[in-house]
Design a protein. Structure first.
Length: 409
């Protein structure tokens, strides 16, 4: 979708001449920030930039069928899409939308109960792009040229069965290693070579991204499979604990949220959410569990003790933007006009993209959702989270229209 995280030095913002120039072109930016990985530099879905209004569209591009979010670093934006039995990873100039390079590989549409297309999000670390495709292809590409540095295959090279809707999530880079959602509780590779550091046993993986947690001096990573959330030692892959979490169709997709000694977990398909108390030792203990926040795909954002997220399944009546108190699990409000849209935040300002393509901004409040501004920016359907980076709000629809909207301060 902030959290206590381990080893985030690899995600420190990097500036370059294009970004400095862009900052001068957009005088409303109080603080520019790259967004090199899914859910942002701190994996919370919250930007340190400020936004008070919605400006004009600065550019648009067609990137193919899919739902993966854009990531931005060093003046470059990376996103993927599907077309004609192949997927393409695009690298665009983040300020102008100009195509810099693309990497294409064979991939089926895989339209099982939805339109199909790409579902994962890339990760940019330094001068490299990491990406995990639905059939199991994993790429390390040069950010500058798109050339393959190394590649591997989760099915063919590592013996993992493909989950029902394919491998997905965003690669997690920590130090010299990269973590992928695969098998029972992940796989860890050397980020420079793709060599295996450790791997878990075969099992049908979940659909969330690996999530780093540091507690009591230990670096851990949380993974999902179809039956549970599992915490492992980041260095060895040794299981620390396992919390059984059975969701219909095995879809555990939303990333968890860890803050202080509280771990929030949520899934769709009527499953709901739970808050676990965990101080870094032993097994987590349940504080509460209910069916009042059902994050089917994207995680909520946590602001001042309140969760803001999409509750319910796509295509289902009653789905919308919900506010819930983290400590108690009490629902504060639900706005069904958003449908199965998506959101991120800038400080305490929510940036909400409705399922029908309306971009809204407003102050996060447990009282009600009262957007201060709204503008239609895309055609339906929208499941992909909007991203704020260096003064631009990037929005993408399922058919592959990507737009960059200026953010007013």
């Amino acid at each position: 979708m902030k959290n206590s995280l381990a080893s985030l030095s690899n995600f420190v913002n990097q500036t370059s001449a294009p970004l400095i120039a862009a900052a001068f072109l957009m005088p409303g930016i109080a603080s520019a920030e790259d967004w090199p990985q899914y859910r942002g530099p701190a994996l919370t879905g919250i930007s340190t930039e400020t936004v008070s209004g919605i400006g004009e569209k600065t550019w648009s591009a067609e990137v193919g069928l899919g739902y993966g979010a854009p990531v931005i670093s060093q003046g470059k934006l990376v996103i993927s899409g599907h077309g004609k039995e192949e997927d393409t990873i695009f690298c665009l100039d983040s300020v102008t939308g100009k195509e810099l390079w693309k990497h294409t590989y064979p991939q089926p549409l895989a339209d099982l109960y939805f339109q199909g297309g790409t579902t994962g999000t890339a990760t940019i670390d330094g001068d490299h792009v990491y990406y995990n495709a639905r059939e199991g292809e994993t790429f390390c590409l040069s950010l500058e040229t798109g050339d393959i540095v190394w590649q591997t295959h989760l099915q063919k090279d590592h013996g993992y069965k493909k989950p029902t809707w394919g491998f997905t999530g965003a690669p997690l880079v920590q130090g010299e290693w990269i973590y992928l959602t695969a098998g029972d509780s992940g796989i860890c590779l050397d980020k420079k070579t793709g060599d295996v550091i450790w791997k878990s046993k075969d099992e049908e993986a979940g659909y969330s991204s690996p999530y780093p947690v540091q507690a009591k001096g230990q670096d851990m990573v949380l993974f999902t499979n179809k039956r549970a959330y599992v915490a492992v030692n980041a260095k060895s892959g040794t299981e620390m604990w396992r919390h059984k979490w059975m969701t219909r169709y095995g879809v555990n997709a939303a990333d968890p949220i860890f803050t202080g000694s509280s771990l929030f977990i949520s899934s769709g398909y009527g499953k709901g959410a739970t808050l676990l108390n965990w101080d870094g030792s032993g097994e987590p203990e349940k504080a509460w569990q209910n069916r009042d926040m059902k994050n089917q795909m994207n995680a909520s954002v946590l602001i001042d003790g309140f969760l803001y997220g999409i509750d319910g399944n796509e295509g289902q009546d009653g789905t919308g933007l919900k506010c819930m108190e983290l400590a108690t699990g009490e629902t504060k409000w639900l706005d069904e006009s958003i449908g199965h849209g998506a959101l991120c935040a800038a400080g305490n300002t929510l940036i909400v993209l409705s399922e029908t393509g309306a971009l809204q901004i407003g102050t996060a409040s447990p009282s009600a959702w009262k957007p201060s501004e709204e503008k239609a920016v895309l055609d339906p359907k929208i499941w992909t989270v909007p991203v704020l980076s260096n003064g631009l709000i990037y929005c993408r629809n399922a058919s592959g229209n990507l737009v960059a909207i200026a953010a007013k301060q």
